[in-house]
Design a protein around this ligand. Sequence first.
Ligand code: ADP
Length: 306
Amino acid sequence: MNQPAVEVVDLVMRYGSTTAVDGLSLTIEPGTVTSILGPNGAGKTTTIETCEGFREPQAGSVRVLGLDPRADARELRPRVGVMLQSGGAWSGARAHEMLRHIASLHAHPLPVDLLIERLGMQHFGRTPYRRLSGGQQQRLSLAMAVVGRPELLFLDEPTAGLDPAARHATWDLIKELRGQGVTTVLSTHYMDEAEALSDCVHIVDHGRVIASGTVEELALTGAQNTIRFVARSGLDVESLTLVLGRATLVEEITAGSYVVTGDVDPALLAALMSWCADQQVLIDSVMVERQTLEDRFLDLTGRQLR
Ligand code: ADP
């Protein structure tokens, strides 16, 4: 198996009496877009900043591209792109100057003009950093993080406060970089962002990973999904429940309208169809309703994401 791009084992980080990260472990596979998804205060930024080498693990360990983010910082710097939530630019520097300067520090930077156009930064090139709007600062920070063609990219809430156009430009760029083999680690509290981009999602709450997997796996694992179907009224739901088994509940909610609740998978759907065939029942319509990641988060934590 490939060496993980990032490996965090039992990380603990405290600020005074606040435990921000509480024994968090996760692995990020190379070439993926991986989201760390959780509400504000879950410990995402602290975890990412530790991976970036800005903080020393208080307990546990962090490896990035097989290296120690602090001891091997010099080796990692040209290979890792970092977008900080707080920007990280000089307040007096003009936007394009700043980007060109960062590009000049790298051996094979991306074409700066192309990046400026991609991220819609043409119109504020001469504006000093401190006068940029929040969204403009975000885009400049993203451009600075990617311009050096990093192997691994850390993006902390990259689209917070962006308008929809800039948000989609950011998503497109992340997808394109994935196509080039770049690993992206993304912290976000936007469910749709995690769903749209991620090969893998780690759901974090109270400083721990509480579930990991692909969007599909997370939405399905242990999920109470439903099948709704319409057929003639008065089917023998008790016999159907026996056949479907596995803690499945079948109800006729209104005449001829049925809901099957349980661990819905292809085998369950096939068993339902087969039972109907045996009973000479022709289904008029059938619909599988899958949980979204949002539902899953609610299940896991008892809370909405925001
Ligand atoms: P997230 O990125 O998921 O919002 P953070 O890592 O920023 O989470 O914060 C986790 C917890 O640690 C929160 O309770 C936050 O208030 C606290 N925290 C974060 N940074 C500091 C800091 N510099 N000093 C004190 N507490 C902090």
